[in-house]
Design a protein around this ligand. Structure first.
Ligand code: ZN
Length: 311
């Protein structure tokens, strides 16, 4: 039981305008702004992290906002929706809130015995707010407008769409420790028993659908969670042994990472719990400073001039 994948760690997507993204996630959805940093490969653009009160893995959604980026297209070989878990009885609140903020959404529906509400973010990224069967006990971030009885808890699931799901399913079950829990029409629900939350990956099989295009409003990659670097390297060995290309260990300041493309075309990452988001900001101050990696610190004033203003 030493080496385990502990569900989802984070999901990273591409956005357009930084301020639009910041306003939507912190104000409309009421997530906590966990970290404001820059794209390590392009320090004149931001990298935003949103999460729950503690900035826990399994709640972290990150964005690279690029002003003026073209829109992506949803399709196969992609993550096609992100599922957040919300408390029982909160969907009415969310429907009204999305209405008030002119967000595009669908009426409440149900799958696998759980109610959910689908909506699109300002760049067209697709979400579901799901009332999970098992009560989600993660501590949410709350705001004046969104109390704990309605607040988003963290990830419920992520959905990947493929022409054929078989090879992706093999990666989930044979490498990452997931098992098929349920199937309805063309959606197969895979779950890991190692964690109670952020434990689900849905695979949707859409044989005739065209491949998507990853750009604005689409998911760039999905990261699975391990507890430490020793576990990370354990998975590196078994993924490489299956003939998949996998990167070396990369230091992302807040976690260590490996990346590989699963056979269905989606970029997967494995990321560690350590060192976590409190390595450079105290819990109470998460997200309140512009954090730069060491190599850019001497260029701080220029970078601050160039980065779009958020208030
Ligand atoms: Zn990542």
């Amino acid at each position: 039981m030493e080496n385990q994948i502990l569900g989802l760690h984070h999901i990273t997507a591409i956005a357009g305008k930084a301020k639009t993204n910041y306003d939507f996630y912190t104000k409309v959805l009421g997530l906590r702004f966990i970290k404001k940093t820059v794209n390590f490969d392009d320090p004149n653009t931001y990298h935003f992290y949103y999460g729950n009160e503690q900035g826990e893995p399994g709640t972290i959604l990150t964005f690279f906002p690029w002003e003026g980026i073209q829109s992506g297209r949803r399709g196969t070989r992609q993550v096609t929706e992100i599922g957040y878990s919300v408390p029982a009885g909160s969907l009415e609140f969310w429907q009204k809130r999305l209405d008030d903020h002119h967000v595009i959404y669908n009426k409440v529906s149900e799958k696998f015995g759980e109610q959910y509400l689908t909506f699109l973010d300002p760049d067209g990224l697709k979400f579901e707010l799901t009332v999970a069967k098992i009560e989600d006990e993660r501590t949410p971030w709350t705001t004046e407008a969104i109390s704990a009885s309605n607040a988003i808890r963290g990830f419920h699931h992520v959905t990947i769409t493929s022409n054929k799901i078989e090879k992706t399913a093999e990666v989930l079950t044979e490498i990452l420790g997931y098992h098929l829990q349920e199937k309805a029409v063309n959606r197969s629900r895979f779950v890991t028993d190692t964690v109670n939350q952020a434990a689900i990956v849905d695979l949707v099989e859409a044989p005739g659908e065209a491949a998507g295009h990853v750009a604005g409003g689409s998911v760039h990659h999905v990261a699975f969670r391990v507890k430490d670097e020793a576990t990370l390297m354990y998975y590196r060995d078994i993924i490489a042994a299956r003939g998949l290309n996998i990167t070396e260990k990369i230091d992302r300041n807040y976690f260590y990472s490996l990346y590989f493309r699963e056979p269905g075309g989606v970029l997967f990452e494995i990321a560690t719990d350590n060192p976590g988001f409190m390595i450079d900001e105290a819990q109470a101050e998460l997200g309140t400073h512009l954090m730069l990696p060491e190599q850019y610190e001497e260029h701080r004033s220029e970078i601050e001039q160039i980065l779009p203003k958020l208030d």
